[in-house]
Ligand binder design. Structure first.
Ligand code: 13P
Length: 287
């Protein structure tokens, strides 16, 4: 069932667990995540970055693929198809293409401009029943080989954006995308607690889910995080399993070069990673 992320995140916030957003890159990724969600009886959010959107031949292709898979695979758990870190134009394009959820990442704008653009999208999304994620305090990560420290959001700015009527709010709390450097200071729980107190029932989003230790994930959920984004970890699992298959020479034996065989270990590896995260986040049997 393709649905907005609103209800699943409100339930997660009230029930003190988190729904995973897993980013998709192709058919195998999407199928692996949808099947695992169904097997775990868990709600799920499929994340699509603008880059992945271009790679998969545009948002309409993705909507077609996801809707087709939900039908063909009999997926009955709630699934949201969500634009990840969208620009203003990207968010509008996804709304028009049939996504059920979008993120507008205005964190790099001055707060007044972030608020103005987010407000316009709140109105459009409300009319269409689409969930909207906003961001305050940009999330660091690797860019051109330089790993930036994760910024911490200002709790007062978080309240201002939460009050616009967005569905969920991403706030920087020292988290970064990609692998965490050895000298990472960890999540800033004081900032998270202050944001949570100011924003009340608003489901909070933790980006950069790859490599955050389990105890920090659990503590973040206890302090109001209801959506956790995971991307790199599925890529690493897929790559390691594919490498093993090739290094063992399996592509050279029989019909091992058939893409349906060659990509199968990576597909299973994504499934295992997604299952592990759903168990950790507490979303199993919450569909
Ligand atoms: P990771 O790649 O670090 O898991 O982050 C994913 C993410 O936050 C997507 O928005």
């Amino acid at each position: 069932m393709l649905v907005s992320a609103k209800e699943m995140l409100e339930k997660a916030k009230a029930g003190k667990y988190a729904v995973g957003q897993f980013n998709i890159n192709n058919l195998e990724w999407t199928k692996a995540i949808l099947l695992t969600a169904q097997e775990c009886n868990s709600p799920v959010i499929l994340g699509v970055s603008e880059g992945a959107g271009k790679y998969m031949c545009g948002y309409e292709t993705i909507v077609g693929m996801v809707k087709g898979m939900i039908k063909c695979l009999n997926i009955t758990v709630p699934v949201a198809l969500h634009l990840d870190h969208g620009s203003y134009e990207g968010a509008k394009a996804c709304i028009n293409a049939g996504f059920s959820s979008v993120m507008f990442d205005g964190s790099h704008y001055p707060i007044e401009e972030n608020i103005a653009k987010t407000t316009e999208l709140v109105n459009a999304c409300n009319v269409l029943g689409i969930s909207l994620e906003a961001e305050v305090g940009s999330i660091g990560g690797e860019e051109d080989g330089v790993v930036g420290a994760g910024e911490c959001a200002d709790p007062n700015e978080c309240k201002m954006v939460a009050d616009l009527g967005v569905t969920m709010l991403a706030a920087g709390i020292g988290n970064i995308h990609g692998k965490y450097p050895a000298n990472w200071a960890g999540l800033n729980f004081d900032v998270l607690a202050a944001i949570s107190e100011k924003t009340g029932d608003m489901p909070l989003v933790l980006h950069g889910g790859t490599g955050i230790p389990e105890d920090m994930i659990k503590k973040a959920i206890s302090l109001g995080v209801s959506k956790i984004n995971v991307n790199t970890e599925c890529q690493l699992s897929f790559a390691a399993a594919t490498r093993k298959y090739v290094e063992e020479g399996k592509d050279l034996s029989g019909k091992g070069f058939d893409p349906r065989k060659l990509l199968a270990p990576g597909f299973e590896a994504i499934k295992a990673t997604v299952k592990e995260k759903m168990e950790l986040f507490g979303s199993v049997n919450k569909a």
